[in-house]
Design a protein around this ligand. Structure first.
Ligand code: MG
Ligand code: ZN
Length: 233
């Protein structure tokens, strides 16, 4: 019997857009574009690219920037219900995000506790914004991920766990390769097709919930572990 474990990306997955990109478009000088392109083409690491982008912004922007990102961000349909469903079933769920604490935490407030969120931390104490990286790559990863999803998976995943990852972009590919099932959209969807990784396309979290409920390993686990719980129909 395999126990399901769900890990979920934040930007572009839980939210409908990428919050770092939105911030840069609004506040950064044009140099950010070369850094973004460098990350997408894998010429520079995510850590170097994202760190470099935030270094272009003055710390004094903090309040304006935070207000802006919280105002424009939108949580994808069905997310709250999806998390409630997992909690009801006792299926562990973690958010693993290359985003920053100052927008990830408030946007997930009341839905996912901070203990279940892995993300980066912005430091506003210097003249320009610096990034603390609390979840750096372990000795098995050399990608300079910034927030290293493969390393976090190695820590969270038990040997027999059935790992389902949910994501959308280039920063999810390494995690996808280490998962048993992928819920994918956008870039990650094309990548799963190209790499022949077992996956399900989704538009929103109603789709994700439905797909999980129809997954054999999840169904088996729910049947075995539904004692005392109201099994979802
Ligand atoms: Mg993403
Ligand atoms: Zn890494």
């Amino acid at each position: 019997m395999r126990k399901p474990l769900i890990i979920c990306d934040f930007d572009g997955t839980i939210t409908t857009n990428d919050n770092i990109i939105s911030i840069m478009k609004q506040f950064a000088p044009n140099e950010w574009i070369a850094l973004k392109d460098g990350v997408l083409s894998k010429e520079i690491s995510i850590q170097e690219g994202v760190g470099g982008m935030f270094a272009l912004l003055e710390s004094s922007l903090r309040e304006e920037m935070t207000a802006f990102v919280l105002e424009q961000a939108e949580i994808r349909a069905g997310f709250k219900e999806f998390v409630a469903f997992l909690d009801e079933c006792g299926i562990p769920f973690y958010v693993v995000s290359g985003g920053m604490d100052f927008f990830v935490y408030p946007l997930l407030e009341g839905i996912v506790e901070r203990e279940r969120i892995y993300c980066n931390k912005a430091d506003f104490t210097g003249e320009s914004i610096a990034i603390d990286w609390p979840h750096l790559c372990d000795d098995k990863c050399e990608n300079e991920c910034g927030c290293c999803k493969p390393s976090i998976i190695r820590r969270l995943k038990g040997e027999d766990d059935f790992l389902v990852m949910i994501g959308d972009s280039v920063t999810d590919v390494e995690a996808a390769k280490r998962s048993d099932l992928r819920m994918a959209r956008d870039y990650l969807l094309k990548e799963c097709e190209a790499l022949h990784l077992n996956h399900i396309a989704f538009q929103d979290f109603h789709d994700v919930k439905r797909a999980l409920e129809e997954t054999r390993e999840v169904k088996e686990w729910l049947l075995e572990n539904s004692a005392g719980r109201s099994l979802p129909k």
